[in-house]
Design a protein around this ligand. Structure first.
Ligand SMILES: [Zn+2]
Length: 353
């Protein structure tokens, strides 16, 4: 058990030193807690060919977390927030939103039945080009290729990024490549992914691709019909701050338009891909407003005081694999202690926003 889990157990475990009710009763009314999940999925014991880091919880862990949340918080979505604010200008106490980034099939197959059983809503942010094509997300495909390739040296970014992929350092090489691919301009990333295709000569076979497939439009429609809010996570999952103004607008506008066409409802929320503080800026926020979004959500760790200013810059509480229930609770109840910039996450580099 790592230090954070241990400390959280000491505070909030079965015989914990701190009463959770005290923190619940003293939680501030002006806060909006937004939980960030990606996938809810039971990983196979071995041989999983995609990125384990995108799995936020197993089915059992997720059910335990949502059961606790549903007992102590006002679980809502961004449409509800809009209604509350229009009605009396403020949120109810302990307002909490459950969100999922990217739009993986397990949001429908695993998470949704649990949400429905417990009776709470959530928000799913879609990367629409993947829903359209059914192809795996670019980062999942890259991980697949790096896991499956024979040990060898890759030369990416036109020679500027040599990567030695061996049996021993494979996991570290994968993290390095992903973090560099997320930090470079969009065009360069596209070219680098083509280089990876050419040098590995590996494609994702249909059958294995199902393990990490995106949602289908039919599943998206069903989720929406059942009261799950559908938001945008752009068309192609680029880092928005590295795009031209025209491309930012296109990514935000086209994803919103295609979701609205499919579900017949307004799309009012967008989660910025990757979502670290350098992945969106004033020009991204301006474009989001201009496209008609009411809320912009980042992947920065934290719990925001809800305000007009924070509406397009809402941080989240990241939920990551292997956190026990006490740490999940501590992240929400004691954010000042547990949600340091990188800390609430158990890993140094966050998986993907
Ligand atoms: Zn994402």
């Amino acid at each position: 058990m790592n230090k954070r889990n241990l400390l959280a157990s000491l505070f909030f475990g079965q015989h914990g030193l701190l009463p959770k009710t005290f923190f619940l009763n003293h939680s501030r009314g002006d806060r909006l807690i937004v939980l960030a999940y990606h996938r809810v999925f039971d990983l196979p014991d071995q041989g999983y060919p995609f990125d384990e880091e995108t799995v936020s919880a197993c089915a059992e862990g997720f059910e335990e977390q949502i059961t606790w949340v549903s007992r102590h918080f006002n679980v809502m979505n961004f449409h509800d927030v809009e209604t509350y604010l229009k009605r009396d200008g403020r949120l109810p106490k302990r307002a909490l939103i459950i969100t999922f980034d990217d739009g993986y099939h397990d949001n429908y197959e695993v998470a949704f039945p649990i949400l429905k059983k417990i009776g709470v809503t959530a928000v799913v942010f879609l990367t629409t080009s993947n829903v359209e094509t059914g192809q795996p997300f670019w980062f999942e495909k890259a991980v697949y290729q790096l896991k499956k390739m024979e040990p060898r040296r890759l030369v990416l970014l036109s020679g500027r990024l040599p990567v030695e992929v061996g049996e021993k350092n494979r996991a570290a090489s994968i993290r390095t490549v992903l973090s560099i691919f997320k930090s470079i301009p969009d065009e360069e990333r596209r070219r680098a992914l083509e280089e990876l295709d050419r040098q590995t000569e590996i494609d994702v076979p249909c059958e294995e691709g199902k393990l990490a497939r995106p949602l289908t439009w039919e599943e998206v429609y069903n989720l929406s019909r059942e009261g799950i809010e559908i938001g945008s996570h752009t068309v192609s999952h680029p880092v928005l701050s590295r795009l031209s103004a025209a491309r930012i607008h296109q990514e935000l506008f086209e994803s919103k338009r295609s979701i609205e066409e499919r579900i017949g409802k307004r799309v009012i929320s967008v989660s910025y891909p990757v979502g670290e503080s350098d992945c969106y800026d004033e020009s991204v926020i301006r474009a989001a407003r201009a496209c008609g979004y009411m809320f912009g959500i980042s992947y920065s760790q934290g719990i925001a005081e809800y305000s007009e200013r924070s509406r397009y810059d809402l941080p989240r509480v990241r939920v990551e694999r292997d956190i026990g229930l006490p740490l999940f609770q501590a992240n929400i109840l004691l954010p000042a202690l547990f949600l340091t910039r990188k800390g609430g996450s158990l890993r140094e580099t966050p998986s993907t926003g």
